[in-house]
Design a protein around this ligand. Structure first.
Ligand code: 3SL
Length: 241
């Protein structure tokens, strides 16, 4: 197995594809996706634009759908939810499809949607992702951070490091596909016991704090909380593995 870390979707190579792409948006899209599927959502369908989301979700029975839209950290008008994992409860999600569009996370998903295997990771479901990789042993693995509008995000890279670390501990440098993997592992190693503190320093963490989302930050910092693996079944549609 060789790991490659890309800090933003813009840095992902366009001329090649990995055996397995892992999309990461710790604050908060992939944390919300994991929470929704864990709470019994039938599927999560991701969209780059709110217009597309509204249009396509119209075709779905109203009692079987939820629309989550976020821009700039805030809920989009016309949607049922924003992008908080704390809004995911079994009562709300059970048996429904969550149609979601977020500023960066859903765009990152689109960037790698053609890979043969696409999964999403947050810190909350990191262990499930590691176990899947240990089982399947894909030759090339891309860990793709969503960043913020093309910029690096500490929280996504720290999660990439959390995923790569156990493989590096077992197999050593042979798993390192690019320098970013070494940096991600170093970041996680330094901050693993104070992830919430790291989120307070992260620019998007600060944005969410200004919007009164401290509880979201606390939730997103909980490592290995959920045993759920979101995997792409068809383009843009993620289901529980
Ligand atoms: O950028 C994204 O896709 C979102 O996860 C941002 S937010 O955390 O909902 O503000």
């Amino acid at each position: 197995m060789k790991f490659f870390v890309y800090h933003t979707p813009e840095l992902v190579p366009t001329e090649s594809s990995p055996d397995c792409a892992i999309v990461i948006d710790v604050l908060r899209a992939t944390t919300t996706i994991a929470a929704a599927l864990d709470c019994g959502a039938e599927a999560v369908q991701a969209f780059g634009s709110i217009e597309q989301l509204l249009q396509q979700s119209e075709e779905w029975p109203i009692e079987k759908r939820l629309r989550a839209g976020e821009r700039g950290g805030k809920q989009v008008e016309g949607c049922d939810l924003g992008n908080s994992p704390l809004d995911c409860t079994p009562e709300r999600m059970g048996g429904k499809r969550l149609f979601i569009s977020t500023t960066n996370g859903t765009r990152a998903l689109q960037r790698v949607e053609n890979a043969p295997t696409v999964i999403t990771s947050a810190l909350t479901n990191r262990k499930a992702v590691v176990q899947y990789l240990q089982q399947k042993q894909p030759e090339t693995v891309w860990l793709v951070g969503s960043g913020w509008e093309g910029e690096f995000s500490l929280e996504d890279t720290v999660c990439a490091g959390a995923i790569a670390l156990p493989f590096w501990q077992e197999l050593g440098d042979e798993i390192i596909g690019n320098d970013e993997v070494v940096a991600a592992i170093a970041l996680y190693t330094q901050w693993q016991d104070k992830l919430l503190e790291l989120f307070h320093r992260a620019s998007h963490g600060q944005r969410l704090l200004r919007l009164n989302n401290l509880e979201d930050l606390k939730y997103c910092a909980r490592v290995d909380l959920l045993d759920v693996l979101p995997i792409q079944r068809e383009k843009g549609v993620l289901v529980k593995y």
